[in-house]
Design a protein around this ligand. Structure first.
Ligand SMILES: C[S@@+](CC[C@H](N)C(=O)[O-])C[C@H]1O[C@@H](n2cnc3c(N)ncnc32)[C@H](O)[C@@H]1O
Length: 208
């Protein structure tokens, strides 16, 4: 793998160990080379979807990474925000920004342990994608959310189809309500040509 990873490296990950190794290398340049350099705009879209659904704190940011979603939510007055991520290295960058109450190392493909009150909101950008997390994690997020909690979760559009998010959401229909979708661009025009028009589905719902 090259010194500066990119989205192609991220899509090719096969295990939690791969994820940790990639993001250990990427954490220091993620905000500058990826967010700024490639015009990665999904965190802003997720925050906007959450706010449009009248989301409020406490919020769990799933796959919080370097804290880009938290940055947008805090700017809009949302508080408190907790984050969970597999990568300690990414969380260290998020921690330095000071937007989060608690940052926890954890694997969302396994049940999460809830330490305080259930969450009134759950957000996630860029984590439900190739090489990362499939629809099986949604049940664990519902388990730590309060009734009526607002969810705004981005899913890479091709991954949505390939990994069966439609049937998985259907199977969760007794646990979720007000389900709707928005199609959003993951990057703006700064992105490399190969990914410039990559799309995500913004999955918006409430816990029933
Ligand atoms: C593309 S980054 C997105 C980070 C941030 N949400 C953003 O939009 O900038 C994906 C993040 O998902 C995390 N991740 C991948 N698999 C995970 C898992 N099973 N449990 C928790 N976090 C995971 C990675 O460590 C990484 O920080």
């Amino acid at each position: 793998m090259a010194d500066d990873p990119d989205v192609n490296d991220a899509y090719a990950l096969k295990s939690p160990e791969d994820v940790k190794a990639l993001y250990q290398t990427w954490a220091h340049s993620y905000d500058t080379a990826f967010h700024d350099g490639q015009g990665y705009q999904l965190p802003r879209e997720v925050a906007a979807g959450f706010l449009a659904g009248n989301g409020r704190g406490p919020v769990l940011d799933v796959g919080a990474g370097t804290g880009l979603v938290g940055q947008h939510l805090r700017a809009a007055g949302i508080n408190p925000i907790d984050g969970v991520d597999l990568s300690d290295d990414m969380l260290r960058v998020a921690d330095m920004k000071g937007h989060y109450r608690h940052l926890m190392a954890g694997d969302i493909t396994r049940p999460l342990s809830l330490k305080g009150e259930p969450y009134a909101g759950v957000v996630s950008a860029g984590t439900f994608t190739f090489g990362h997390v499939g629809p099986g994690a949604l049940q664990h997020l519902l388990d730590v959310a309060d009734t009526g909690a607002v969810f705004a979760i981005s899913v890479n559009a091709a991954h949505f189809e390939a990994d069966g998010f439609g049937p998985a959401l259907e199977a969760l229909s007794d646990r979720i309500t007000d389900l709707n979708f928005r199609q959003v661009r993951i990057y703006d025009d700064r992105a490399d040509e190969a990914h410039r028009n990559d799309m995500a589905r913004l999955v918006l719902f409430r816990k029933a």
